[in-house]
Design a protein around this ligand. Structure first.
Ligand SMILES: Nc1ncnc2c1ncn2[C@@H]1O[C@H](COP(=O)(O)OP(=O)(O)O)[C@@H](O)[C@H]1O
Ligand SMILES: [Mg+2]
Length: 242
């Protein structure tokens, strides 16, 4: 099996605290994998390690076939952080250009891609506005556009739809599916269960561990519940031995 991400016993300690505890995660190439779990479960820490921003304490991880840490993979990754990493004193256009140049993309290509992406996130008319003047949802949309500027084959999207209105959320998901059809792999975290249902596979994460993993449908069947929230609670209780 050709995995985009494969971790074995991945562990991250902050002092005595294990934020990631013996994580074995496999994400297939070209799938949309949803990482779900309460705040503090370790989702962001996992993504930061896999995208090379944070070192791990023990265990192993391979990203696009390369054992991390490996600087080579940076240009193959698009990382949309939970807290948007835009330059608020620059315009939307300047941010796009900055990220494009960072990845060594030619100016003409940046221009073309910028137009396509800003039209998609409905910000083209705002391209000359300073990011500091955008609403929270608009910043998120700009951040997504910046994440995609270099056509990365692997995307880490950390709660990309928080503060995005429902209609645009649906179009985000249509776009994610288009990217998937192009063979792009997406690891996404979300708190919205309707979004979790749209993932090919979902991993439930709690206290740094993966407590269940399967297709949304199979998770419901295994848990014998109608909602993924209830399924999560059931698997959490099983894990805790209650
Ligand atoms: N730099 C850090 N130093 C100490 N603890 C941290 C640090 N980063 C995250 N943590 C802790 O690790 C746990 C997992 O955090 P995080 O990965 O952000 O969870 P999630 O994204 O699932 O909400 C939390 O308890 C958080 O407080
Ligand atoms: Mg997080």
């Amino acid at each position: 099996m050709n995995y985009a991400i494969k971790t074995s016993a991945l562990t991250k300690e902050f002092g005595n605290f294990k934020a990631i505890n013996d994580l074995n995660l496999k994400v297939k190439k070209g799938e949309i994998y949803g990482l779900l779990g309460p705040n503090g479960a370790g989702k962001t820490t996992t993504i930061k390690i896999l995208s090379g921003l944070l070192s791990h304490s023990s265990g192993k991880a391979f990203v696009l076939g390369n054992k991390i840490p490996d600087k080579k993979i940076a240009s193959s990754i698009g990382y949309m952080p939970q807290e948007t990493a835009l330059y608020v004193g620059l315009t939307v256009h300047q941010n796009m250009e900055f990220y494009g140049k960072l990845f060594g993309i030619k100016k003409a290509k940046i221009k073309e891609k910028e137009k396509e992406l800003l039209e998609f996130v409905d910000l083209y008319d705002w391209r000359n506005e300073l990011v500091q003047n955008l609403s929270g949802g608009m910043k998120h949309r700009a951040s997504l556009a910046c994440t995609l500027i270099h056509n990365p084959p692997l995307l880490f999207l950390d709660e990309p739809t928080v503060g995005v209105d429902p209609e645009l959320r649906v179009s985000f998901w249509d776009y994610f599916n288009e990217l998937k059809d192009e063979g792009i792999t997406i690891l996404i975290t979300t708190h919205y269960m309707d979004e979790a249902r749209r993932c090919d596979r979902v991993g439930f994460m709690n206290k740094g561990r993966l407590i269940a993993e399967s297709t949304p449908k199979e998770l419901l069947t295994k848990a014998g519940t109608d909602s993924l929230e209830d399924a999560f609670l059931k698997f959490s209780r099983m894990e805790a031995g209650k």
